[in-house]
Design a protein around this ligand. Structure first.
Ligand code: F6R
Length: 244
C-alpha cells in the first residue's frame, strides 16, 4: 500500500490522472473502474486535457462505474449516467458500447446486479479501480454495517450519505434513498486500486481506513488488505493521520 499526500486537491487530481494514463499507455484495452462525486472531477479534467493534446487514447478502453441511484432517470442531471457524460465520456473517444453503469431502473435489480458482476468478469476483470471515500468511510455505496457485501447489490443509503449528497440536488428530499453499488468483493478483485480523498471532511474516514482496525463499520479499511492500493490525499484529508 502507498499513501501520497499533496498540497492541493488539484495536485491529487493530476497525480491520479498520471497513474490512470500510465495504465492506459501500458495497456490500451484496460478495464477501468470509475467513480463519480466531487473527488474525481480534477482527475477527469486532467484526463480530458491529456486526451485533447493527443497523449491519451480511450478507443480500446472499457469502463465500469461503481454505482447509480435507484429510480433516477439516466438523463436526470444528478444521475451518475449524466455525471459521467458531463465530466468524462462526452469529451473523450471511449466507445459508448464499452461504457457500463449500473442500471438503477432495472425491473429486477438483483438480476441486473448479478449481470453487472458477470460482465466485469467477462471483460477480464477491472485493471484499475478509481475510488472516492464517503465521510462515513463508504467506498462505492457500501455503507457502514456489520459485514462486507461481496457482489453488486442494492443498498439503502445512510443518513450521512443522503446528507452529504444533498448538495447535488434541489433539496434533501430529492436525494434517492437507494442505490445499486459494486460490492466490496468486486472492488477488491481489481488489480490496482486508487483512492482519492480531498478535504477536511474526509480526514476521519481516511484515518479510520489507514490507521484503525479493518472493520465493516469503516468499509474502506478493507483496502489495506489489497495487494496494490494507492491512497492519494490532500493535506486536509491527511490531517488526522498520526503516521505520515
Ligand atoms: C461515487 C461513489 C462514492 C463517492 C463518495 C465520495 O461513485 O461511489 O463512494 O466516491 O461518496 O463522494 P465525493 O467525492 O462527492 O465526496
Amino acid at each position: 500500500m502507498q499513501t501520497h499526500i499533496f498540497s492541493t486537491a488539484a495536485q491529487v487530481g493530476q497525480a491520479t490522472a498520471m497513474l490512470i494514463a500510465a495504465q492506459l499507455l501500458r495497456k490500451p484495452d484496460s478495464v477501468l473502474g470509475l467513480a463519480t462525486g466531487s473527488s474525481p472531477i480534477p482527475t477527469y479534467e486532467t484526463l480530458v486535457g491529456m486526451y485533447r493534446t493527443g497523449l491519451l487514447d480511450f478507443s480500446k478502453a472499457t469502463s465500469f462505474n461503481l454505482d447509480e441511484y435507484v429510480g433516477i432517470d439516466p438523463h436526470h442531471p444528478c444521475s451518475y449516467h449524466a455525471f459521467m457524460q458531463e465530466h468524462l465520456f462526452s469529451h473523450i473517444n471511449i466507445k459508448p458500447e464499452n461504457v457500463h453503469i449500473p442500471d438503477g431502473n432495472a425491473e429486477d435489480l438483483t438480476a441486473a446486479a448479478k449481470k453487472y458482476d458477470a460482465s466485469i468478469l467477462a471483460s477480464g476483470g477491472i485493471d484499475l479501480q478509481l475510488l472516492g471515500i464517503g465521510r462515513n468511510g463508504h467506498i462505492g455505496f457500501n455503507e457502514p454495517g456489520d459485514h462486507f457485501v461481496y457482489g453488486c447489490h442494492k443498498v439503502s443509503l445512510s443518513e450521512s450519505t443522503i446528507e452529504a449528497n444533498k448538495r447535488f440536488f434541489d433539496s434533501v428530499d430529492a436525494v434517492p434513498r437507494h442505490a445499486v453499488s459494486l460490492g466490496i468483493g468486486s472492488i477488491m478483485q481489481a488489480r490496482q486500486v486508487l483512492l482519492i480523498a480531498t478535504g477536511e471532511d474526509k480526514a476521519e474516514a481516511v484515518r479510520r481506513a489507514l490507521e484503525e482496525d479493518v472493520s465493516p463499520q469503516w468499509q474502506a479499511s478493507i483496502l489495506r488488505t489489497h495487494p496494490d492500493v494507492v491512497f492519494l490525499l490532500d493535506e486536509a484529508a491527511a490531517s488526522q493521520l498520526k503516521h505520515r
